[in-house]
Design a binder for this molecule. Structure first.
Ligand code: FES
Length: 147
């Protein structure tokens, strides 16, 4: 049975620098200083979403005013890339109207991040999925007259 060192040696044999992850300065900054972290008290919309493959998940909550995202807060229970990309997502979503917030994709997050190692690209989906689910939660509550 292989352990992680076997994979690292294999990468070295192929002369490929893929035995470790290299994050750029934007990702590192958002990982070390994530923006908008927290829980909104009495949110207009909220959601918990996760990636069943790795077990990482986020809780995201929104305040909506005049059909715009007036506040967005989240907590990430996951990897460094999930923390950084959810932070970037929160900046992209802040003050957007709901229609435009729903159009934010994981590619938009990765572009704003200045790129991300390929095998961590999926982590950028968590924030996007959390935002979409929280907006859906808001719209559902509004439809039911609870919003
Ligand atoms: Fe699961 Fe990054 S490894 S979100």
């Amino acid at each position: 049975m292989k352990d992680w060192k076997d994979y690292y040696r294999h990468d070295q044999e192929r002369d490929e620098p893929v035995g470790y992850l290299v994050y750029n300065e934007i990702i590192l900054d958002h990982f070390k200083n994530p923006r908008h972290v927290g829980d909104i008290e009495d949110p207009d919309g909220s959601a918990v979403v996760g990636d069943p493959n790795c077990g990482d998940h986020i809780r995201l909550s929104l305040k909506i005013k005049n059909n715009k995202i007036a506040d967005i807060q989240y907590k990430v229970f996951g990897c460094a890339a999930a923390i950084a990309t959810t932070s970037i997502l929160s900046e992209l979503a802040m003050n957007r109207d709901l229609d435009h917030a729903l159009m934010i994709t994981d590619d938009d997050v990765i572009e704003a991040a200045g790129g991300i190692p390929a095998r961590k690209a999926h982590c950028s989906l968590l924030g996007v999925a959390g935002l979409q689910a929280a907006i859906a939660n808001y719209l559902m509550k509004k439809e039911q007259g609870k919003g």
